[in-house]
Design a protein around this ligand. Structure first.
Ligand SMILES: Cc1cc2nc3c(=O)[nH]c(=O)nc-3n(C[C@H](O)[C@H](O)[C@H](O)COP(=O)(O)OP(=O)(O)OC[C@H]3O[C@@H](n4cnc5c(N)ncnc54)[C@H](O)[C@@H]3O)c2cc1C
Length: 418
């Protein structure tokens, strides 16, 4: 991205609801929201008061998703201000994110299956006129269901929807409009500034009744009217009796691969949109001699990715590279894409390339594709997994309850006050 377009992106993002895509803005929002992470959060978090009044939620998901701020930092901020019981709900929501990541990490076939179905769905849009018209009405907010149409527009304009609106939106998409869930998941994944392979795909599956088999989430008009403060009232417009989608056989869980060995000696550092906090990576005794960054937002979908999602990742990466330059005192490069990684790494003279572990998703796929070119140049790839992920992911084998029950023990093991 050129300097001028990066500035334009910043201007656009400043004008919207979300904090800027920088670590400084994330920390400022964290500080400002910390007093509200206790009982007030539990009491009000389900209310979607509209885009002009988002004070009851943190709005930090795009920053956590790109790791401009970490899950640990969110939880620490909550526990520093509130008793464990008062901020229990907020902490649990943060763990939902890690639960989804760990669950998908152990079932990569669910992601592969989703990708294949999106490709099929996009192909069907080209050949099936009825499907295409219904899809276009939905994504451009022309279904005639006011709340749904408003959320479709809000999503494209702001790159964000309140959690409750995401649940209602997905449910209406699947059960009232009867559109393929994978095309809906693709639409939100392309537009959310926090678009995340695990949270997005698995939340859509959860709404559809595919995650907890036979249990689906049906949007109800009375619930929408209550939790939007009467802004919407779609009485008589929703299918409130639809059965769950037919569940496929659950994908078998694969054991988590062990973390890569700790790097040593001179290394080249690759920063990606999966982790924009390179200065706190567990680098061990390695010495960073050069750093570069690359995004692959376009690989989220065969369809175009929304400008907010794209710019958020791009600006977050610029912010991360600037901090990497300051922390390691090295030259920085912004690569055009992952095809350039092996050539750049070889030119640094390092024999090891380190990068934050990229969970299942487009960055992990791009790194896997770069593997042979790196190997051909005699360069080892070391993916550094953070202690938080190693502590939570192994427990994400079944339902959220298994993780939730272990939250106090996980937090103690990570050094949080009991
Ligand atoms: C259909 C659907 C799609 C979704 N897609 C995404 C996605 O692509 N990326 C994404 O980050 N979240 C996704 N979510 C989860 C959730 O809606 C957002 O994380 C949340 O709305 C972000 O707002 P916030 O930062 O103000 O959250 P807060 O209420 O302030 O919560 C604090 C943090 O906890 C995490 N969190 C909160 N709720 C959830 C949840 N239900 N699941 C997972 N993590 C949660 C987020 O990191 C969030 O920043 C999706 C939910 C649904 C129902």
């Amino acid at each position: 991205m050129s300097g001028a377009s990066a500035r334009a992106a910043h201007d656009h993002i400043e004008a919207m609801t979300l904090p800027e895509p920088t670590r400084a803005a994330a920390l400022a929002r964290l500080e400002a929201f910390a007093p509200a992470m206790g009982r007030a959060y539990a009491a009000t978090r389900n209310h979607d008061r509209g885009p002009d009044d988002r004070g009851n939620v943190s709005l930090l998901s795009p920053h956590v998703r790109h790791r401009l701020v970490t899950e640990q930092e969110l939880v620490s901020a909550a526990l520093a201000r509130h008793s464990a019981s008062a901020c229990e709900k907020f902490v649990q929501e943060v763990f939902w994110r890690s639960y989804w990541k760990g669950w998908l990490e152990q079932r990569p076939s669910v992601w592969a299956d989703y990708r294949a179905r999106v490709a099929e769905g996009v192909a069907a849009l080209a050949t099936e006129g009825g499907l295409r018209r219904a899809y276009e009405d939905a994504v451009s907010g022309r279904t005639g269901i006011d709340c749904f149409d408003a959320w479709a527009r809000e999503l494209a304009e702001d790159g964000y929807l309140h959690n409750h609106a995401r649940m209602w939106f997905a449910s209406i998409w699947i059960f009232t409009l009867r559109l393929p869930w994978t095309l809906g998941a693709d639409f939100t994944y392309r537009h959310f500034a926090d678009g995340d392979a695990a949270s997005n795909t698995l939340s859509w599956r959860w709404v559809a009744g595919l995650h907890t088999q036979g249990k689906h989430y049906l949007a109800r008009a009375a619930n929408i009217a209550e939790y939007t403060g009467g802004r919407f009232d779609p009485r008589g417009e929703l299918d409130e009796r639809a059965p769950p989608l037919e569940a496929e056989r659950p994908a078998p869980a694969m054991p988590l691969p062990p973390p890569d060995p700790a790097p040593e000696g001179d290394v080249a550092l690759l920063v990606t949109e999966e982790d924009c906090l390179p200065e706190t990576l567990p680098l061990g005794r390695a010495r960073v001699i050069a750093a570069a960054g690359a995004v692959c937002t376009a690989a989220r979908s065969p369809l175009p990715v929304g400008p907010i999602a794209e710019r958020f990742a791009s600006c977050a990466l610029d912010d991360a590279l600037a901090r990497a330059g300051a922390a390691f005192g090295v030259s920085l490069e912004r690569l055009g894409g992952f095809d350039d990684v092996a050539g750049w790494a070889a030119a640094t003279g390092a024999r090891t390339l380190v990068t934050a572990h990229a969970p299942v998703g487009p960055v992990a796929e791009a790194l896997a594709r770069a593997g042979p070119a790196l190997a051909a140049r005699g360069i080892r790839l070391r993916r550094l997994r953070r202690a938080w992920d190693s502590a939570v992911w192994p427990h994400a084998t079944r339902g959220f309850f298994q993780v939730k029950a272990r939250i106090p023990a996980i937090l103690r093991a990570l050094g949080n006050p009991a």
